[in-house]
Design a protein around this ligand. Structure first.
Ligand code: MLT
Length: 325
């Protein structure tokens, strides 16, 4: 009889502890790992969303930049973090969908080692060249690259980053041979592009826009199917240069596997509340960021999306012969 009472007491203590944890979370600062250098599109998107979610949950969210290997180093670090509700990964299609097909030895599994928390909005990309570039259109660049194989340098954020993947897709569809120049993020790559150290790069609209508007870079084409008011006179690649070409970067927040479900629910709810601020969502739209139907942000929808994208990128990497040099 004593054993039963003791077991019942232990169970009720455990239940209280779990409930008190769930009710109390968050009680301290949270960390979001961004596996690229500060200043790139992933970092910019993460800092903006973290700022809004922090206000909803009443705790600070710090961004930890951990660059290298197209985001796979930071993703591997986050996969091994405590699943206590205080460390998260900002993921995107590169290291959370394409990497399993590109890297022979990944230190994490995007599905087995993570719990999707919520999806961010998407960002189309822009084909950018330095302001002094001799290439005045995507067709120009393709024609030059066809005549000069192995001569055009494309900067990117590392092997398997979106700037690498989209450039590799562009290369394959255009039937050209370009040189991939990897950096620890789009920000350092962008600095070298502005300085004319590399000939071109693809970057997401949110960080490309200020450089183009400021006259430091020239936008030759968009990876969206439609034109964008933010880039007047810039045609989608799909219009003329590469009919059918379309690409966008998707992102989202992931937690290490085993993170309490209640934490994931609360984080997702906080994000949806933040999206209720229409001035904020308009500001994102003004940066060319593509808001999604609310249901697509949810943890289960994001889990399905991540799994589906791993298969999509397996096919794309094979068809386009994308490899990690
Ligand atoms: C990428 O190119 O994969 C990233 O967007 C780069 C970055 O955000 O720095």
């Amino acid at each position: 009889m004593k054993t039963l009472k003791a077991a019942a007491a232990a169970l009720s203590l455990l239940a209280c502890t779990t409930t008190s944890f769930a009710q109390a979370w968050p009680t301290k600062t949270l960390t979001w790992v961004v596996p690229f250098a500060a200043g790139g599109p992933t970092d910019a998107m993460a800092r903006d969303i973290a700022d809004k979610v922090a206000k909803q949950i009443g705790q600070q969210i710090i961004i930890e930049n951990a660059g290298g290997a197209g985001g796979t180093i930071g993703a591997g670090k986050a996969a091994k973090a405590n699943a206590d509700g205080y460390t998260f990964l900002v993921g995107h299609l590169g290291y959370m969908a394409a990497a399993p097909s590109l890297y022979k030895k990944l230190t994490y599994d995007p599905v087995k080692d993570f719990e999707p928390v919520f999806r961010f909005p998407d960002t189309p990309l822009v084909l950018l060249v330095p302001k002094a570039s001799p290439h005045k259109s995507a067709a120009d660049l393709i024609a030059y690259a066809k005549k000069n194989p192995g001569k055009v340098n494309f900067g990117n954020a590392g092997a398997g980053s979106t700037s690498h993947l989209i450039a590799a897709l562009f290369e394959s569809k255009a039937g050209i041979d370009v040189v991939s120049v990897p950096y620890k993020g789009a920000a350092p790559a962008m600095n070298d592009l502005i300085a004319g150290q590399v000939d071109a790069m693809f970057d997401q609209t949110n960080t490309a826009l200020p450089q183009v508007a400021g006259g430091r870079l020239v936008a030759l084409a968009l990876t969206s199917k439609a034109t964008m008011a933010q880039f007047p006179g810039v045609a989608p690649l799909a219009d003329k240069a590469l009919p059918g070409f379309e690409a966008a970067t998707w992102y989202g927040l992931y937690a290490p596997k085993g993170t309490p479900k209640d934490v994931i629910t609360k984080m997702h709810q906080a994000y949806l509340k933040a999206l209720g601020d229409k001035a904020w969502t308009q500001k994102m739209a003004d940066q060319g960021i593509r808001l999604l139907p609310e249901a697509q942000y949810a943890p289960d929808a994001f889990a399905k999306h991540t799994a589906a994208e791993i298969e999509v990128w397996r096919r794309v990497a094979t068809d386009a012969k994308i490899t990690i040099d």
